[in-house]
Design a protein around this ligand. Sequence first.
Ligand code: NAD
Ligand code: HSE
Length: 356
Amino acid sequence: MKKINIVLFGTGNVGSKLVDQLLEARESLRQKEGVELNLPVIANSTRAYFQKENQQPSWEADLNTLGVSYKLEDILEYVKKQGYENLIAVDATASEEFVDKYFHLIEAGFHIVAANKVANTRSSKFYGSLRQKLQEHNRFFFYETNVGAGLPIVETLRNFHRSNERVTRVRGVFSGSLSYIFNTYCEEDKAFSEILAEAGEKGFTEPDPRVDLSGKDVARKLLILGRELGLEKEFEEITIQDLVPAHLNGESSLKNFQEKKEELNPFFLNLKQNLEQDEVIRHVGELDVTRGTLEVKLVKEKKASAFGALKHADSSFEIYAESYGERPLVIQGAGAGAAVTARGVVSDILQLAEKL
Ligand SMILES: NC(=O)c1ccc[n+]([C@@H]2O[C@H](COP(=O)([O-])OP(=O)(O)OC[C@H]3O[C@@H](n4cnc5c(N)ncnc54)[C@H](O)[C@@H]3O)[C@@H](O)[C@H]2O)c1
Ligand SMILES: N[C@@H](CCO)C(=O)O
């Protein structure tokens, strides 16, 4: 039996669904694949729960009641003392700072699986040094859910690139939350702020929805794909249409933004009122590999077009590549949501486990 030991950081929408899915899949993986998935430590931003038994039927309660405040070193010491091998750290946080800890984790023998996009969208220098550290310690880094949640986008582009297929352009509705927001807003007679709140309640938005609305989340996804294709770009080079008014942006608190989100309504109502009958608003990202440009913007689309016809929180990625000519390869489906994202993380964990 191959034993895999997963230390989870982040128990929000994605992290908590991930624990449920791992515990559910445990027995069948043991029987069918000879893989035993253990979760020796589950941590959020303030507490860590150090597992005593193999089963964790009430992990949420245990984290709350038996969880202790911790430092990363406590976890590293614990796994070392227990003699755990095949260690995978799962980053299900949205933390800008946590990614600095990847280096310590790698040195301590961890492989990394990340839903968090930050590590792949810092400077090229950081991107390169992380990969160098992984190589030095012979560790793996999987992050399929960074783009398109559970959809196989990163893998598809990486395989194209490796096989010398020339990808010229990727155009898409990259954001599941903004897809939900604009699909619903253009169909229903509700205030923009109300739909924004719904998208948050459904677990589609980032913990701070301004990361979506500002275009930053889609810009990150474009950069991640661009880098997979060998483009050496920095985040600052991306052209981004920011939908958050300056007085509510990241400089002010999230609470302030939530309290004043109705102030967004006139701008979006004006956009909606200026649509033709057969048009809708869509939020798109465009990566032009040939020209080396990355752009995030709102566009008007015909209702009958591919992007115009999207529903719910679906994303759609059109990948233009030499062998495919004028007709792109299209990957479409749920672009956000805890269940699909957690499933993508499980899939990354299993692919990584196969290599161990
Ligand atoms: N929600 C989606 O559909 C989706 C899809 C793909 C990727 N993601 C990514 O998954 C990540 C998690 O999203 P979410 O919706 O679950 O967020 P969330 O806010 O619901 O959960 C974040 C969790 O991270 C924990 N955390 C924060 N800083 C931490 C730290 N330094 N150490 C340990 N834990 C820390 C918080 O306590 C919380 O438990 C984000 O990076 C997001 O971009 C989300
Ligand atoms: N907030 C992100 C989650 C998936 O990365 C989105 O809406 O697409």
